[in-house]
Each structure stands twice: as structure tokens, then as C-alpha cells.
Ligand binder design. Structure first.
Ligand code: GLU
Length: 501
């Protein structure tokens, strides 16, 4: 079941007013999937008519974020297309023309009310405990007279003339029909005093002109959805199908996500911003998998999806209207799964920048040898630094307390390290096959546990208590370096290290 058989035309229509977060990523993804699934087109439209909230860096971040997620659009401001321009700030004249049509057909009117009057109105309504709304003063102005006032340059907005009686019914494909009483709807402004159209008009006009068949957007648009239905009908256009996607809950699961929650999440090494997730060591494949399931499911069990799986399995029948939880533990889980699937070269290419950023000089062939040792264990790419940084160090500096094995004193631990040194020194090479059997025999003969002996050796050679497999690591580090590191560990354990330096 695809839910939709015909090729769709869908759009992702972000407003460049801030950073690209999970909700925008999800919106872009769902639109992209639907287009790819049905062999349709995915359009990027920049809704930049709100000059006050415009953030100059936002558009680039959006574009980078979409590229990073692997969501390529077919039409958009940079790639063009037959229905451009794809930036709303370049379509001002188009909206004005359509606003004029609405005025002519009696569906909209010029309003000359001053901000002061509107403010006073708002206060009075508040006192009467009414919802703020326009009282319709200019609604009944003579059309001719209003047009003359506009021609004389009088400041004005354009409002939609919402019917005052009856009801309006619109269809949300996720929730079903929504009916409102028209008297509860406001005469919304559709063109501001600076001549720029507001979303209500601009998006409806664009969706029509760009031949959009399915609108997937946030559920914050549900309250004005009836207005959008009225505008589309006023023009006599066909309604696209509308899907209002669920909101996001903050990570604690209580309440809607706020800016403050976003900042808190960032402090814990998480982020709701797509760009940060890349820097925190998440794979785009994992982020796509994770956000795909925030508001959509394939069935009740399948959780692992590649982009290809999603394109194949995506269906609009399975959107979930309930608020979506942001579960970062789940993201770590998916990231691990997707890391395991990568080709060795691919994983090397992706972890390398993290090592470089940590200040290591990275030899590619060395890195390729390390990858099999860490691929099963990484949950984020940046972990490569703490987990495998020692491979790239000339010298390491293990802590004395880490070198002391459980149940042994420092001196006894030094003796164990010494015995390890002797055995390893006597070997021609440090391959796993050649080093492991004699070392296991040593454990036996010492009457200690493997945990104690290899624990000392691990800290001595890698500098850390948790590391990739010990013998494989020693093989890569190489004979000379391993012996030098053990020597140094013995000195540290015997308290000689500081004197020597
Ligand atoms: N520019 C609107 C927003 O960012 C788009 C809503 C829509 O997809 O229609 O919320």
C-alpha cells in the first residue's frame, strides 16, 4: 500500500528565520520520500517574506542540512524549475495580483485602521474576555472609495473577507474533517502594509501555481487551516491534500519543545539542530532513520531503515498525529547500527575529521587498520578520539592508579608488567596469533586472572581502561612502541617516572 498512486508534487517550504532543527529535517524528509516513492517532484521554496524575522545565515544552513541528510530537491531557488521564482521575496508582484483578484471578486478588502485603533480594540476585547479579532470596520467601505484612498497612498493592509455565517469544513488527511463556525474566524490580514503577502495568501497562491498536490506541514497551521480552505475556494482552485504533522515533545516527554529545552539538550551533548548533530558525530543515515520514525511508522516493529528502505516503504497512511518524542538514546542506538553497516573506507573517511580536529596527524593506512577494531563499538563518530586516539600518539601517559590491578599493589602490578614485557620482548613479532597464547600461559603461571594481567597491559599500552581488543591493538601499535610503553608503565608504577623525566 503506497497510500498514493500518482506522482506527487510536494514542497518543503521553510522560513529562513532560525537554525535548521529536527522538525524541519523531518518535514523535508517526508516530502522527499513521498516524491521519490511516487516518482514525483520535490520542490524547495524559501518563504522569506517575514523581513523582521529573517536570519541571513539560515538559508545556507538549511541547504547544507538538506544536502547532509541526502535530500536533493528537483526544483528550487538554486536549481530553478518551470514554476519559479522559488523564493517568495521575488514573488511580491504575483501575490499583489492575486490579492487584487480577491478584492475584485469581493473576497478581500482594504483596511485602513491604524495600529493605535487596533491596539485599543484588542484591549477592549481583552477586557470583555473575547478572543482578539478585527471588528470589520473597513469591511463595508465602498470599494471605489477604498481604491481611491489606496491610490492616494494611504497606508493600508488587505484583509480576507471571512464569511460571518455558516461553517467551513476542511479535510486533514491524518485527522479527518475539521469543521469550524465561520463567526469564530477572523478577517485575517493577507497583505501587510509594506505590500508583502502573508503566509495565508502567499503559500496558497504558490501551492496553486507550483501545482502542489500534497501539502505536508506542521500542525501549528491547523487553527488557520479553514482560512486556507476559504482562500483556495475563493479563487475556485482545487484543494491539494493536506497533512498536518505532529508536534515534537521535549526530550523529557512533557510539554512542547521550547528554545530553552533546546539549549539544555545541547549542554548534555545532544542537540535538536541538524548541523550540530553532524558535529556531534551522528551519521546522516542515523538521523534520517530516527526522524523518519517521529510521527510515522511502517508497522509496529520495524525500526531500522536506510533511505532506500524508506523510499520503498513510505506511506502517507501511517502518519501518527500524536506528539512525537525526542529520544536521544534511540538516536545513539540507530547511529551505532548505521556505523556497523559502513564500508571500512567509508567509516575511515567519516571519523578522520574528528581525529584531525583533535589534533592528530592521521595516517590513512593506519586508520584503515584500526577501523575493524572500533567499528563494532562506536556509537558516535567523535568517540574515535577517546577510543582510538592512542594509536596516533607517539607517547601516552597512563595514570598510576589505572595501572594498578584489582587485588594487587603497585609493586605487584609492576612485577606483572615486567613479566609481560619479558614474554613480549622474546617474541619475533607481535601478531595476535603469536602474542596471545604465550600471554595466556603467563596469566596461568602467575595464578592471576586474565582481567588483572591484561588490565595492566591494556592501560600500559593504550593509556586507557577501555580500549579496542588488546592483542589486535598491540599488533597495530607495533613491537617497539608496545615495549617502550610497558617500560614506561613499570616506571610509573614504581614511582620512577617523575625522576626519569
Ligand atoms: N514557511 C512555513 C513554515 O516554515 C511553511 C509551512 C508550510 O509548509 O506550508 O512554517
Amino acid at each position: 500500500m503506497t497510500g498514493i498512486e500518482q506522482p506527487v508534487r510536494v514542497r518543503f517550504a521553510p522560513s529562513p528565520t532560525g537554525r535548521m532543527h529536527l522538525a524541519s529535517g523531518r518535514m523535508a524528509l517526508y516530502n522527499y520520500l513521498l516524491a521519490r516513492k511516487t516518482g514525483g517532484q520535490f520542490i524547495l521554496r524559501i518563504e522569506d517574506t517575514d523581513q523582521k524575522r529573517y536570519v541571513p545565515t539560515a538559508e545556507q544552513e538549511l541547504i547544507d542540512g538538506m544536502h547532509w541528510l541526502g535530500l536533493q530537491w528537483d526544483e528550487g531557488p538554486d536549481v530553478g524549475g518551470p514554476y519559479g521564482p522559488y523564493r517568495q521575496s521575488e514573488r511580491k508582484a504575483i501575490y499583489q495580483e492575486y490579492a487584487r483578484q480577491l478584492i475584485e471578486s469581493g473576497h478581500a478588502y482594504y483596511c485602513f485602521c491604524s495600529p493605535q485603533r487596533l491596539e485599543k480594540l484588542r484591549q477592549e476585547q481583552q477586557q470583555r474576555k473575547e478572543n482578539p479579532h478585527y471588528d470589520g470596520l473597513c469591511r463595508t467601505l465602498d470599494v471605489q472609495e477604498a481604491a481611491e484612498r489606496v491610490a492616494r497612498g494611504e497606508k493600508h493592509v488587505i484583509r480576507f473577507k471571512t464569511p460571518k455565517e455558516g461553517t467551513t469544513t476542511v479535510m486533514d488527511e491524518i485527522r479527518g474533517e475539521i469543521t469550524v463556525e465561520n463567526r469564530l474566524l477572523d478577517d485575517y490580514i493577507i497583505v501587510k502594509s509594506d505590500g508583502l503577502a502573508l503566509y495565508h495568501l502567499a503559500a496558497m497562491v504558490d501551492d496553486h501555481l507550483m501545482k502542489i498536490t500534497h501539502v505536508l506541514r506542521g500542525s501549528e497551521w491547523l487553527p488557520t487551516f479553514p482560512l486556507h480552505g476559504l482562500i483556495i475556494r475563493a479563487f475556485g482552485w482545487e484543494m491539494p491534500r493536506f497533512y498536518h504533522l505532529s508536534v515534537f515533545l521535549k526530550p523529557s516527554g512533557k510539554g512542547k519543545m521550547s528554545k530553552r529545552d533546546a539549549a539544555d539538550a545541547m549542554k548534555d551533548g545532544f542537540s535538536i539542530y541538524i548541523k550540530d548533530l553532524a558535529e556531534l558525530g551522528y551519521l546522516p543515515e542515523a538521523v534520517v532513520n530516527w526522524i523518519a520514525l517521529m510521527g510515522w511508522s511502517y508497522d509496529d516493529q520495524t525500526e531500522f531503515f536506510t533511505m532506500d528502505d524508506l523510499i520503498q516503504k513510505f506511506s502517507v497512511d501511517r502518519f501518527n498525529p500524536s506528539p512525537a518524542a525526542i529520544n536521544f538514546t534511540k538516536l545513539d542506538h540507530f547511529n551505532g547500527l548505521h556505523i556497523r553497516r559502513l564500508e571500512r573506507e567509508d567509516l575511515a573517511r567519516r571519523v578522520k575529521p574528528f581525529l584531525v580536529r583533535a589534533g592528530y596527524f592521521v595516517d590513512d593506512s593506519l586508520l584503515l587498520r584500526i577501523i575493524p577494531l572500533i567499528q563494532e563499538r562506536l556509537s558516535t563518530l567523535d568517540e574515535v578520539v577517546q577510543f582510538a586516539g592512542f594509536f596516533f600518539e607517539e607517547e601516552i601517559h597512563p595514570l598510576r592508579e589505572d595501572l594498578i590491578a584489582k587485588g594487587l599493589t603497585a609493586e605487584q602490578s609492576a612485577d606483572v608488567a615486567e613479566r609481560c614485557y619479558q614474554v613480549l620482548k622474546g617474541l619475533p613479532r607481535l601478531t595476535v596469533e603469536e602474542a596471545e597464547p604465550p600471554m595466556r600461559a603467563l596469566v596461568e603461571s602467575l595464578g592471576l586472572t586474565a582481567g588483572q594481567v591484561f588490565g595492566i597491559l591494556r592501560v600500559a599500552v593504550t593509556g586507557q581502561k577501555v580500549s579496542p581488543p588488546l592483542f589486535e591493538s598491540m599488533e597495530i601499535i607495533g613491537h617497539d612502541k608496545v615495549l617502550k610503553r610497558i617500560e614506561k608503565a613499570i616506571a610509573i608504577l614504581r614511582g620512577e617516572e617523575t625522576l626519569k623525566n
